[in-house]
Design a protein around this ligand. Structure first.
Ligand code: GRG
Length: 302
């Protein structure tokens, strides 16, 4: 069990406050320009209902490390753009082929496949521009360069592309634990890890804090994918905002297909508990990070 929130902390309020800020900045960064159709398609997914979990993690990581939110907002929003890109491409007929995302028709169902591919490409290319052009001058340029390098690594063949490729190549095949862990750590984990590291790097946090937040991010990312696998089996279209049952339909290796439902639920508890223990071990006092781990654990039925 993950410990209860401190008395003066309200998780919903804290999350909603950050979410509002992130949505406002995304709206500003993605203002419609010429050629309008591509900005409209980019906005359709990037601004549609999303939990903004990764961006919130970046803001909280900056706060924990004594940094200011204005310095972290461009990177937090760029991360949401990268996440939106991965969702658009993941839904395409040549990938997961899903007609729904975030409770609405997926990008290619509205704009067609060609524009959806380009909207994803455009978000991916525009996101680092946002980091470069909107991060305040006060942020150390060397630190920002590292943020950009890690952002591009998370987006590419050493990050989510790598995870997605191994995932696709492993469909309908038995894979080793090592290969399975690679898929989870890269397809989903990289963005969570980056989210936590980016806030710390921008705030020039000491190495111990950066390492602690990195370790928490790794556990959280893994837990998030285990929860996603469970929800794919137990959730509904309304709850998920996307079509359930896709994993078994496409012969995906998931935590459940390998370890079974009960063990997956147990592992989800273990991972989220461990994520919180890591915070304690590293003197990171953040009710928000504890709350997010609890939220992920609580997403599935006990
Ligand atoms: C070319 C950079 C690039 C990527 C293409 C398609 C792809 C490679 C990777 C797919 C990665 C992917 C979609 C993983 C699933 C991660 C996941 C469980 C997403 C759902 O995240 P939530 O629940 O979504 O946080 P919201 O809508 O709340 O933001």
């Amino acid at each position: 069990m993950i410990s209860a929130e401190p008395k003066n902390f309200n998780l919903t309020e804290a999350v909603e406050k950050d979410k509002q800020l992130i949505n406002d900045y995304l709206d500003k960064y993605l203002e419609i320009r010429y050629p309008e159709p591509i900005w409209e398609a980019m906005r359709y997914t990037a601004l549609s209902f999303g939990k903004r979990l990764r961006a919130i993690l970046t803001l909280e990581s900056a706060r924990i490390c004594g940094g200011n939110i204005d310095a972290a907002l461009p990177t937090a929003c760029a991360l949401e753009m990268l996440h939106a890109q991965s969702l658009i491409h993941d839904d395409l007929p040549c990938m997961d082929d899903d007609d729904y995302r975030r409770g609405k028709p997926s990008n290619h169902r509205v704009y067609g496949e060609a524009t959806a591919v380009l909207a994803g490409d455009a978000l991916l290319a525009y996101a680092p521009q946002v980091i470069i052009n909107y991060t305040p001058e006060s942020v150390n340029r060397q630190a920002l360069l590292q943020v950009i390098e890690e952002f591009l690594k998370a987006a590419g063949p050493m990050g989510i592309v790598g995870g997605q490729v191994v995932d696709i190549l492993s469909e309908n095949k038995a894979i080793s634990k090592q290969e399975f862990d690679y898929i989870l750590a890269h397809k989903t984990g990289e963005l969570f890890k980056f989210a936590l590291r980016a806030g710390a790097l921008i705030s020039e946090a000491p190495k111990e804090k950066l390492d602690g937040l990195t370790a928490y991010g790794e556990k959280l990312g893994y837990a998030f994918q285990v929860a996603d696998d469970i929800l794919d089996v137990e959730g509904t279209l309304q709850e998920l905002g996307k079509t359930p049952g896709k994993d078994s339909e496409t012969g995906k290796n998931t935590y459940i297909s390998i370890y079974g439902l009960e063990k997956s639920k147990q592992e989800l508890e273990n991972l989220t508990r461990k994520a919180c223990e890591i915070l304690g071990e590293n003197d990171i006092n953040s009710p928000l990070l504890v709350g997010i781990a609890g939220y992920i654990a609580g997403k599935v039925k006990k």
